[in-house]
Design a binder for this molecule. Sequence first.
Ligand code: NAP
Length: 475
Amino acid sequence: MKTYPLYLNGGWVRTPAANPVINPATGKPFARVSTVDRARVRQAVEDAQAAFRAWRQVTGKARGEFLSKIAWQLERRCDEVARMITLENGKPLAQGQAEVGMSIDHLRWFAEEARRAYGRIIPNQVDGKRHLVVKTPMGVAGAISPWNFPLVLGVRKVAPALAAGCTVILKPARQTPLSSVLFAECVDAAKLPKGAFQLVAGSASEIGQELLENPLCRKISFTGSTETGQLLIRGAASGVKPLSLELGGQAPVLVFKDADLEKAVEGAMIAKFRNTGQSCIAANRIYVERPIYRKFLERFVAKAKALNVGDGLEPEVQIGPLIDKNALDKASEHVEDAVRKGARLLCGGKPLPRRKGFFFEPTVLADVPAQGLCMREETFAPIAPVCAFDKEEEAIERANASNYGLSAYAFTNDLRRAFRLMENLEAGMIGINDGVPTTSQCPFGGVKQSGWGRELATEGMDAFLDTKHISLGIG
Ligand code: NAP
């Protein structure tokens, strides 16, 4: 079985200690990845600090050119990288390709943004003074990413960090490190200065502790569960380390009777079933206005039943396996709990029989009570709980009754209602008649327990810049 190396200070490092990587479609390991201990992470931080001194002096234009070269390398190897995403994560190949495509777009967007770390000049209030605001790179950044979008969520940190002039150490998830190894190969081929980008793997708590406690690491950007985010907040307290946190979600979808029903069903399908329901912005709860409830359910269930479940490498597959056995057990628990509390099971509801790997049937539940686990927790599976509502205010109140606030969706053709929803839904991203709101040039992130800060867009690069006020006495 092949053991993949890590990328440290411009070189490839294979270690005797390695973690297995499991294909969720078979439940079997297919490769291994090298791992490092805390001392080696400390060395990586020191190397990144040494590299930072030179990298920060490189012009934004030249840094952007490096990012464009990485994008070009990734584009050249799109099919190979997409296949690796499917092997380690399980998602259908077409969605792996889309993930590579989005990663390329992020790299190109930040390649251009690298030139635009603008400051400003502020009119003085006192004679003999001038005021400048300048933005400078923070320094060494740690980037910790999850398994559900193994490539793009790392790129969403690495690209703006490098564009800003920071150096960066990426730690991918234990389950899905290999697409990051291929990404590191693209960085290597783009001839980035050594130490500007490094890839580590190993014990999450050891790596996390080093990044938190080492004062040379000036920033941690994390995507993952709210629980791990809370651990990082506690760990960051003593060093007052700045954190960007992209945490869990529990997105509501509101479908109003004035919506285009076909578009609403299609939008809810994408928001729910893309990435086999394992997306932080996945629709978790669907509320439909009562006059169209039955019609919506009929169409939605028909489409859910027609979804093709299988190994992501097989052609035409739309739903891959879940990431592991725990995810499968959680999915079963959410369905059983909902049914026990009075929900009607309209399709699916259990792991796929007679199949190795972690497959769960696309599932639709109707009339799910608010106490159901699937109405309160992040389900992360192809399970769609649907319920009826009577009034807009009630729908908004139910949508907002969550500790999470990452994304929300609404389908309506009433412009005034659309504005009320924009203003009143408690979420960082709101798709109105749109089931896939994410795009490179717009800020991505949540409110409430879904996190701190924003990725992508100008805000995404700002997260790696210090803002300094320079007061210049010229009198
Ligand atoms: P997770 O368990 O929190 O893991 C995420 C990352 O954190 C992994 O790399 C993990 O490493 C690492 N980690 C775990 N414990 C750590 C510690 N003590 N110190 C430092 N790092 C640590 O989350 P997950 O289950 O992989 O990912 C799913 C979650 O991510 C969901 O809640 C989802 O909503 C959220 N998510 C949020 C967004 C967003 O943008 N808001 C996007 C995608 C996913 P190991 O894998 O090695 O344990």
